[in-house]
Design a protein around this ligand. Sequence first.
Ligand SMILES: NC(=O)c1ccc[n+]([C@@H]2O[C@H](COP(=O)([O-])OP(=O)(O)OC[C@H]3O[C@@H](n4cnc5c(N)ncnc54)[C@H](O)[C@@H]3O)[C@@H](O)[C@H]2O)c1
Length: 541
Amino acid sequence: MPPGSESERPGEPPGRIYSKSSKGFPRPQTLTRGPAGPRWAPRLAAAGKQSPGGEARKRRGHEEARPGRGEASLARRAGSVYPRRSSAGDRRPRRGRKGAGVSGWAETLAERIEKRTARPAVVGLGYVGLPLLAELARAGFRPIGVDVDAGKVAALREGRSYILDVPAEAIAPAVGEGRITVGTDFDLLRDADTIDICVPTPLRKTKDPDVSYILAATEEIARRLRPGQLVILESTTYPGTTDELLLPKLAAGGLTVGEEFFLAFSPERVDPGNPRFVTRNIPKVVGGVTPACTRLACQLYGTTVERVVPVSTTRVAEMVKLLENTFRSVNIALVNELALLCDRMDLNVWEVIEAAATKPFGFMPFFPGPGLGGHCIPIDPFYLSWKARQTGFETRLIELAGQINGSMPEHVLDMVRRALNRQSKAVRGSRILVLGVAYKADIDDLRESPALDILGMLEDEGARVCYHDPFVSGLELRDRKWASVRLDAATLREQDLVVITTGHSGVDYRLVMREAAAIVDTRNALKEVREPGHEAKIFRL
Ligand SMILES: NC(=O)c1ccc[n+]([C@@H]2O[C@H](COP(=O)([O-])OP(=O)(O)OC[C@H]3O[C@@H](n4cnc5c(N)ncnc54)[C@H](O)[C@@H]3O)[C@@H](O)[C@H]2O)c1
């Protein structure tokens, strides 16, 4: 039963609560800081293989698209390299006609994508959607962006970007020249040939998946769906979402999937703040409802990313993303547990991990920290465990990983107590500076950040808390507005303790080392700093 749907039983037991959010701190809001040839070689055989998903579709009455003339021509092109730029300019290609045959719409859309005359749309212009919009413009399309947030739309219309990884220059000229259209009105989608859904997938208070944003966006699309459109869900979600939630809504108007409209799932893997891997060079996994859906989605992404990886079904593609993020969650839990053990054994866990990482095979380093943050790793495993419970399966390792990761802010608090105790001080009344509130280094994203939990817990213990973060000049937490303090010698000398919760690279850690009375370093940020005589005041995770 889909979470967020009206038919869900209210009495259903909630998922086990293991994230730091369980402490009930209100969600923070950032107040400030708006910073200022595809090689698509899809394995068609794999994409076209009959799969369990295919069987299920047949049972529900959705037939696989039968190969016709257009399918054959698509197949011929499958191994080819699509040109990045169209030589056809703005020439309008002929449109398929309703009833024009199984492949008419697919063939027409394929041609339009190839010639860049197709208009792609992105629904939800956040960390995932905005980079995609910029890439589509860069690939030579005239993309359309729709978001319910009028503030974001206004910023984009003024040529401003609110996502650090998307420079204004990637947006402003295209908006100015009318090559990118943005708005809050879903009627813009009437002009779209392809529609990528990039809306949030948070958790409800019960820790069950909240797919209400996906449902809301899909309903808007379904109301306007016309033959020849391709819809792709990119939001992270549990296996079955595309088939069970999107397909019935989109097919309700009478159009046939795989023939008159096309539907696929393709997870986004963007890593904010990572300059090495960006939308363009992160391979894109694609699973369509039918082979035609897969091929068209692969073709679209082939215009913007270097490698596209087709898989047999939407469910496989959905599961791929959850595996990736659960893999991170479980491995981080392992090193967090090791960090707790090393703390007891008076061993430096960072040294242990770095030495282990010299093994050239069979080991991949993960690092401990004050807890999980961001919109993915703390949330996505719940999507998987929720779906597992629907099948009567308990994901024990995943739940345990969540418990260990969720306990890390408590451990940091314990380290704070010990560090102050060594100075014969209590937490109550002590001045504590939390250094870094973003959930990871060199980004401004506060979502699920463990630093916010730590701020809240320190306040609860009676500490006089402030924070510094070069990327987040202000935030709202517990109905209070907080402003980032200056990080200078005077501020540092006023503190009884500094807790490094995010390892931003631009911070002057030498100054921190020199001036702070005591430091709890949860990120090994002081690793490179050598200040003789100061080592004794550092408490490393
Ligand atoms: N942030 C990441 O690093 C990341 C990485 C990979 C995958 N994802 C996944 O991608 C999805 C989007 O995440 P994000 O970080 O971009 O979220 P976000 O909150 O940054 O952006 C989502 C955008 O969707 C808009 N929106 C909400 N409801 C809408 C609706 N009904 N119609 C149109 N717009 C709507 C919001 O206003 C917002 O601008 C999530 O499922 C997330 O799990 C995120």
